[in-house]
Design a protein around this ligand. Structure first.
Ligand SMILES: Cc1ncc(C[n+]2csc(CCOP(=O)(O)OP(=O)(O)O)c2C)c(N)n1
Ligand code: SF4
Length: 342
């Protein structure tokens, strides 16, 4: 999978829909992710984009990096505006004012615009079942306004509003789990993604576009100034987030969990944390607390990702038997291939 990911970008169109010349910091993981997402979305999309870094760096009047219909909206209402666009397109189609061609409606916002102030708009749009794709670019703080904490800032990270000092070592709450929150709306598709795994990211965007109804994609977006890392390390940090299990890559499709980038043995979280200035005041006890939580959540994810079909298997179906007793004892799942009556 990782080798394929190295070449994935070559399988994408050479056309840029997020044009160069924007003002993002060098090494901005969010800008890399946005560029890939836009290539996957293509031209036939209308995007509502909340205030945040990507809006600030891409739209200084009279210039724009956006080669698509793109609307800047307030911090709090990207999902509400996307809902309106989707409903409007539906009405125009019904009245015969536009043809039946598929136009993807999308919304994008940072973790602040998603997990904090835009959460009610997002929840409403998911609950109403709008046919749209929402992308959250999670750089784990309010970056464009000067690195203030958000509810998606990880435990122990120093920001200007969760400073590390003699009393505390940074943020004292755990990162809000947006995947659980969005999945609890029973939407057809939700997934995590990362610019370090472009093939996986592009596949998920395409799946989200094809989904009828709401799709939510949560993209890890390393931020060199906010995380206290060098520009050239940002994609490597995104990769380490996946390899440590801090940010697993998975999807929830019609309620079924699937880990899309398997990690056989997790790398210790310390290796990820110690490379970042925002975690430099962490005590060894806090690192241990983070490690334990990551292990617990990884095990939960593994267990959720197992095939737990509640339907009685078809007797005519072919059973794939374990090859050894060891496999049986290891609790490996043996699938029943669907029979001819399916
Ligand atoms: C209602 C409201 N409150 C506060 C602000 C100021 N503001 C603009 S962008 C922003 C932070 C955005 O953070 P995030 O969504 O995480 O995006 P990032 O800049 O990190 O990409 C804030 C606080 C605002 N524009 N509107
Ligand atoms: S502050 Fe961070 S997220 Fe914003 S443009 Fe710079 S690197 Fe990207």
């Amino acid at each position: 999978m990782s080798d394929a990911n190295v070449y994935a970008v070559k399988t994408l169109t050479s056309k840029e829909y997020f044009a160069p010349g924007h003002r993002a910091c060098s090494g901005c993981g969010q800008a890399v992710a946005v560029r890939m997402v836009q290539k996957a979305l293509g031209r036939n999309v209308i995007m509502a984009s909340a205030t945040g870094c990507m809006e600030v760096v891409s739209s200084p009047f009279p210039q724009s990096s956006w080669e698509i219909p793109w609307i800047h909206v307030a911090f709090e209402n990207a999902a509400a505006v996307a809902s309106g666009i989707e409903a409007g397109l539906k009405a125009q189609r019904r009245k015969g004012k536009i043809d039946g061609r598929k136009i993807t409606v999308a919304a994008m916002a940072g973790d602040g615009g998603t997990a904090d102030i835009g959460l009610q708009a997002l929840s409403g749009a998911l609950e109403r079942g709008h046919d749209f794709l929402y992308v959250c670019y999670d750089n784990e703080a309010y970056m464009n306004t000067g690195v203030q904490r958000s509810s998606a800032t990880p435990f122990g990270a120093a920001t200007t509003t969760s400073p590390a000092g003699s009393v505390n070592s940074g943020q004292l709450t755990w990162k809000k789990n947006m995947m659980r929150i969005t999945a609890a709306h029973d939407i057809p598709y939700a997934a995590t993604a990362s610019p370090s795994h472009p093939l996986d990211l592009v596949e998920k965007i395409k799946k989200g576009m094809e989904t009828k109804g709401p799709a939510y994609i949560h993209v890890l977006s390393p931020c060199p100034p906010g995380w206290g890392i060098s520009a050239e390390d940002s994609i490597q940090l995104a990769r380490l987030a996946i390899e440590t299990g801090i940010f697993p890559l998975f999807e929830i499709e019609k309620g079924r969990h699937k880990i899309t980038v398997e990690v056989e043995t997790l790398v210790p979280v310390e290796q990820y944390l110690k490379k970042q200035g925002r975690f430099k005041r962490l005590s060894s006890e806090m690192v241990e607390m983070i490690q334990q939580r990551v292990c617990k959540q990884w095990q939960e994810l593994k267990s959720n990702s197992q095939d737990k079909s509640c339907i009685k298997p078809n007797n005519d179906a072919e059973t794939v038997l374990p090859e050894s007793e060891g496999e049986m004892e290891a609790g490996k799942i043996f699938r029943i291939k669907a029979g001819a009556t399916a």
